[in-house]
Ligand binder design. Structure first.
Ligand code: LLP
Length: 422
């Protein structure tokens, strides 16, 4: 459930009609619902209740500071994958001991930043990273708390570009090698083992791969403890999928996911960490755009929007489906018609949907992409010199711009022409 509903024939974000926001900030724009974000966070809290746990929001999904602030105030930890993300977490007041640092390619500078500022743990993904982290920490007179991300060789049954738990993927250490690498870690001067980590992919719509992976992690935990390691935390990653199609998709509920967590690793006496991103932010956001032209083609009609692939890349990159609905509710009985829904960028890949059935709309109509709160604004670029679009946060009947649209001057001023070209 989200808070984007029609009221009196107009789509609202909570209690704010979307045309009001369009008038204030122009189109296209992203809009997020505070109530939906908070609700999704609480759903995970409930799913893990009864277990010692920390929900570390994977901010790669949406790292706007206002979004982070909402979650931080609810007590969330954060999963970060770069120095920039680490600083965002700190900027909204998340203490270091609630921040986990993931990612296959951490740099020495990023390691130092987190060690100086405070960190709950690094999720280490390779032996060279382990050695480097130990050297960096020891050089600072610090000890880096770590888990090792194991690759359980489980098929997450998701899109190939976002599956991470198979041996062919670049992530983690093969689970069969884990005991040897933990032994190595225990002997290093700058390292303290605190747990084990796994993440098998994103947009999972089937719970079996989770069960499978978590069982392997439970077995490994027993073995590592028998080897003398202090496995006090188990980080299970993120990845729970969301319904992108209002009609025919029913991904598992966080409560079902929680049951699997309880069943597989719940009796190990470890603190459970999870790193959800998409499920918290995805359905808490819309991308709102205006129809520039309705173009009649040969055998098909096009809706040409003022949003493009640079604003929302998921359809072009992952063949992702986003529901697209008119902001003005269609009258009862209006027959949907097929349109190719496209942006203005000069390549055919700038297509959001082909032959999508939607109620006919005319020039200047506003339309909304659902499920755009995760991996939307964060993946945007200024391709075609289209300035990043604004982000707006709604809370009840109030809204605020939480990232402004840069002016053309601001966009151009980021480039410099060397003196020797003048
Ligand atoms: N933890 C780790 C280590 C991850 O790599 C990810 C996502 C997450 C947590 C959060 O996963 P989530 O709960 O959001 O599924 N850009 C793609 C998704 C990339 C996901 C990358 N890793 C998309 O738009 O579908």
């Amino acid at each position: 459930m989200d808070h984007f509903l029609y009221r009196d024939g107009v789509l609202q974000a909570e209690d704010v009609p979307l045309p009001d926001i369009a008038t204030a900030v122009g189109t296209p724009f992203y809009v997020y619902s505070k109530a939906t974000l908070a609700r999704h966070y609480r759903v995970f809290e409930e799913a893990l209740s009864g277990l010692p746990h920390l929900i570390c929001y994977a901010m790669k999904a949406n790292s706007n500071l206002a979004v982070l602030k909402i979650l931080a105030r609810l007590g969330a930890g954060m999963d970060v994958v770069s120095g920039g993300e680490y600083l965002r977490a700190r900027a909204v007041g998340v203490p270091g001991d609630k921040i986990v640092f993931s990612g296959v390619g951490k740099t020495p500078d990023e390691m130092r930043l987190a060690l100086e500022g405070g960190i709950r743990q690094f999720n280490v993904e390779s032996e060279p990273e382990l050695l480097l982290l130990s050297a960096v920490a020891a050089g600072m007179g610090a000890i880096a708390p770590i888990t090792i991300r194991v690759n359980p060789d489980v098929d997450a049954k998701t899109h190939a570009k976002i599956a991470t738990g198979k041996s062919e993927n670049k992530f983690g250490i093969p689970i069969a090698k884990a005991r040897a690498v933990y032994a190595q870690a225990a002997a290093l001067p700058g390292i303290q083992v605190v747990g084990v980590d796994v993440h098998i992919g994103s947009q999972l719509t089937d719970l079996d791969p989770y069960r499978h992976a978590f069982q392997k992690v439970a077995e490994l935990t027993h073995a590592l403890r028998a080897d003398g390691h202090d496995i006090r935390r188990i980080d299970l990653g993120g990845g729970l999928g969301i319904p992108y199609m209002a009609t025919n998709e029913a991904p598992p509920l966080p409560s079902d996911y929680g049951r699997i967590v309880h069943e597989t690793v719940g009796d190990l006496g470890a603190e459970i960490e999870i790193e959800p991103g998409r499920l918290i932010a995805g359905n808490a956001g819309l991308l709102v755009s205006k129809v520039l032209f309705v173009k009649e083609g040969e055998g098909r009609d096009f809706l040409i929007l003022d949003a493009a692939m640079n604003d929302l890349i998921r359809p072009a990159m992952y063949e992702a489906h986003h529901d697209i609905i008119p902001v003005i509710e269609p009258a009862l009985g209006v027959e949907p018609q097929p349109f190719d829904i496209v942006g203005p960028v000069c390549e055919s890949g700038d297509t959001f949907a082909k032959q999508r059935l939607i109620p006919p709309v005319s020039m200047d109509a506003l339309i909304a992409f659902r499920s755009a709160g995760a991996y939307g604004a964060v993946m945007a670029s200024e391709y075609n010199s289209r300035p990043l679009i604004p982000e707006v946060l709604v809370d009840g009947d109030q809204f605020a711009v939480v990232r402004a649209r840069p002016t053309f001057d601001e966009m151009l001023s980021r480039d410099t022409i060397p003196g020797w070209l003048e």
